[in-house]
Design a protein around this ligand. Structure first.
Ligand code: MOS
Length: 733
């Protein structure tokens, strides 16, 4: 027996979670799959084994930045012991395919090269070492062309981007507003290219059984990735299965498929053997995705009393020719602060550099590095406290769309943070607090991150011995999905968590939104909620009570004075499908999560080195599904913010766009010694317009604004404002 319960979010809904006795949702439940991971028992993409041994593929990367592959001398590789074949016809997906990206039909042979490091062939061998040796030996002849490598020189050729991840806005008279503003700031901010730098490299094992293709892969969004595989290889969805049970981080770099999966699939078909392709760390940097560098103009105009009337936020970013993705840096500028004159514009410069795509909080992560520093500068010009400036301009309704917010607790997070961080101890005058060789400063920034709901489905099976099995192709990319879905099902069905099993990461299960855009927990959690709701209806009927009067607790169903165990109520499995879909509430309410970041830094007057002393993040993101995994997400985001503020920067060779720092030794991300004590606090909130969980997106909220709080603290410490990220010590001396 299988039934479906579907909810389209057309209006505010109640949450059954509020009626659960002794709820587990919200508790600090440790990761249910934690023991598997720490004992090495969780199987990641590259770790599957086969009866007939898999062949190993090693990607060959272009050693020119722009031009044509004229010939590939396959014998230069196949003459090496163990090398089986050189596979070259995977042009279809020489690039990562971003979510919603273009559909490209497969073509024979790799011809055009548009960036250094672009995969052009796969050498397949009986061992990884032989494949790598073959790849190094492969002789390739190219014709080279002049590419675009100098961002400043190419700036004049930029083109407007009018649709995509964000839309341009022009409201009232921004130019006039700025010209006539009593107090204004108008600055250019530079942010560099960055890499997601997930620990697990991109990896795929492809296996064919007749027409059936199975990929063991490391991907964030299985349903859309499956569609990309089908498009690239001209396959029917029924013939493709993707398995990603565990993912060692993605941060956007695994939103779409990456070159190794197509290469592995084609090679496995040709050779009639499973083929495993694991990217080298350098290939992860050179051949997957980067976050684009940006050049942002932020201009704010205010009255003498601090009321902002004009906001301009224009962004220039880069990508390969033909690619549509741009960094929506002003995506939260639309609604962050009030002001009747508004302008948001995007422009693109075409560069022959690594494909640009999504990286954690695409948009806010770098956009708020600019906006929130501009707010700090404006506050100083107004002789106002930066928190007061934000509170004064906290809008009652969305100032761009003129519609209400679902829930918005920005001011509450600012007030809470100010009190608990000891903001009143901040020296208002920059460079006025010194301890020996160290200048001390405090800074803050708002956090905003748009909240979305994406269609998701899940299946829940309740067995007569009171065990629940949850199945969906949702992924857990280290975020805690297994755990929060366990908690939701446990509460909805009145079972201990030990009697709930969550199965994820397999496209044989009902399709979910996947992990991206901070939509995962709420979207897939809502589908699990809906499936459980259907199961509850069945149990209520079996007990003979209205569902409203049903209480499920400790494997027992009670209501109207009756009480029965699950085993007494059902003799066979109850199977239910749950579906959630976005509806009118998305259009009628601007939905976002909010927060406030606080940082205290010490800057060495001799070396220019910045040490962060402590940070506090206060967040309001609806119901918190699990305090522990949520806090971990925020720690991770804030640490990402530290990286963005102080060290992360991909360097492109100005001669050929090649990455000069393409591994974890040279691309600096924060390490433990860089990280101060970080406090994360969640303010209680429920958002009935978001979904039946009343939760909002959280994963990318922690990075949004975090780096700006550090930049503002550095200014407070030193009196030096840097507009060019990262804020390395050379820029402070
Ligand atoms: Mo996130 S950049 O949407 O994985």
């Amino acid at each position: 027996m299988s039934a479906t319960s579907q909810l389209v979010m057309d209006q505010a809904v109640e949450s059954l979670l509020d009626r659960v006795p002794n709820p587990c949702v919200g508790e600090e439940l440790s990761r249910v799959e934690g023991p598997l991971k720490v004992s090495g028992m969780a199987t990641y993409a590259a770790e599957y084994t086969f009866d007939g041994e898999a062949l190993h593929g090693y990607l060959v990367s272009a050693s020119i930045a722009k031009g044509t592959v004229e010939s590939i001398d396959e014998s230069s590789a196949t003459s090496i012991d163990g090398v089986v074949a050189v596979v070259t016809d995977f042009k279809a997906f020489i690039r990562n395919s971003q979510q919603g990206g273009e559909k490209k039909a497969p073509t024979q042979g790799v011809q055009e090269v548009s960036y250094f490091g672009q995969p052009i062939a796969l050498v397949v061998a009986t061992s990884f070492e032989a494949a790598r040796e073959g790849a190094a030996a492969l002789k390739v002849e190219y014709t080279q062309e002049q590419g675009a490598f100098d961002f400043i020189a190419e700036l004049g050729k930029r083109e407007p981007m009018t649709s995509g991840n964000d839309k341009p806005v022009h409201k009232n008279n921004p130019d006039e507003g700025l010209a006539n503003a009593a107090v204004k700031v108008d600055s250019i901010y530079i942010t560099p290219s960055q890499n997601s730098a997930a620990m697990e490299p991109h990896a795929t094992i492809a296996e064919w059984d007749g027409d059936q293709l199975t990929l063991h892969c490391s991907m964030q969004m299985l349903s859309s990735c499956k569609q990309q595989i089908c498009d690239a290889l001209a396959l029917k969805p029924d013939n493709v299965r993707l398995i990603s049970r565990y993912v060692g981080g993605g941060f956007g770099s695994k939103l779409g498929i990456s070159p190794e999966s197509i290469a592995a699939a084609i090679a496995a078909k040709q050779l009639q053997r499973p083929v495993k392709v694991v990217m080298h760390r350098i290939q992860v940097f050179e051949s997957t995705v980067r976050r684009t560098n940006t050049r942002q103009r932020v201009a704010l105009g205010a009255d003498r009393d601090g009321r902002i009337h004009t906001i301009i936020h224009n962004t220039i970013c880069t990508n390969l020719p033909g690619e549509s993705f741009f960094e929506p840096a002003a995506i939260s500028t639309h609604f962050a602060y009030s002001g009747q004159n508004r302008e948001v514009k995007y422009e693109m410069v075409r560069m022959n550099q690594v494909l640009a795509g999504s990286m954690r909080a695409p948009g806010e992560a770098v956009g708020m590095l600019a906006l929130e520093c501009a707010m700090d500068e404006l506050a100083e010009k107004l002789d106002m406290d930066p928190i007061e400036l934000r509170k004064l301009n906290d809008p009652a309704i969305d100032p761009s769309k003129g519609i209400p917010f679902s829930t918005r607790k920005l001011t509450d997070t600012l007030d809470y943070g100010a009190k608990h961080f000891g903001w009143e101890n901040r020296h208002k005058t920059p460079a006025s607090q010194r301890e020996g060789d160290w200048l001390i400063g405090m800074g803050m920034a708002s956090a905003t991150r748009n909240n979305q709901l994406k269609a998701s489905a899940a299946r829940v099976t309740l067995t007569p011995d009171a065990h629940a099995i949850v199945e969906t192709d949702m992924t857990d990319i280290g975020t805690g999905t297994y755990t929060v879905l366990t908690q939701i099902a446990a509460d909805m069905l009145g079972l201990p968590v030990s009697q709930v099993e969550v199965r994820l990461g397999d496209t044989d299960f009902p399709p979910a939104a996947g992990s991206g855009g901070s939509v995962g927990a709420c979207s897939s959690g809502s589908s699990v909620y809906m499936a459980c709701k259907k199961v509850r209806e069945t149990l209520a009927k079996a007990l003979g009570v209205e569902e409203d009067n049903l209480t499920l607790q400790a494997g027992q169903a009670s209501g109207n004075g009756m009480c029965k165990t699950i085993s007494e109520l059902i003799q066979e499995n109850v199977v239910a499908m749950g579906q959630i879909e976005p509806g009118k509430t998305t259009k009628q309410y601007t939905q976002a999560s909010y927060g406030a970041h606080f940082a205290e830094v010490a800057v060495n007057v001799v070396t220019g080195e910045t040490r962060i002393r402590r940070m506090l993040g206060v967040f309001a993101a609806g119901r918190i599904l699990n305090e522990k995994t949520a806090r971990s997400q925020c720690y991770g985001g804030m640490i990402f913010g530290i990286g963005a503020a102080l060290m992360e920067e991909l360097l492109h060779d100005p001669h050929n766009g090649r990455l000069l720092n393409h591994d974890l030794a040279e691309y600096h991300v924060p390490v433990n010694a860089d990280i101060p004590p970080i406090d994360v606090v969640f303010l209680p909130e429920r958002d009935p317009y978001a979904n039946p969980l009343h939760a909002k997106g959280l994963g990318e909220l922690g990075i949004s604004g975090a780096g700006a709080a550090i930049a503002n603290a550095i200014y407070n410490a030193t009196g030096i404002r840097i507009y060019d990220y990262p804020l390395t010590l050379d820029k402070l001396l």
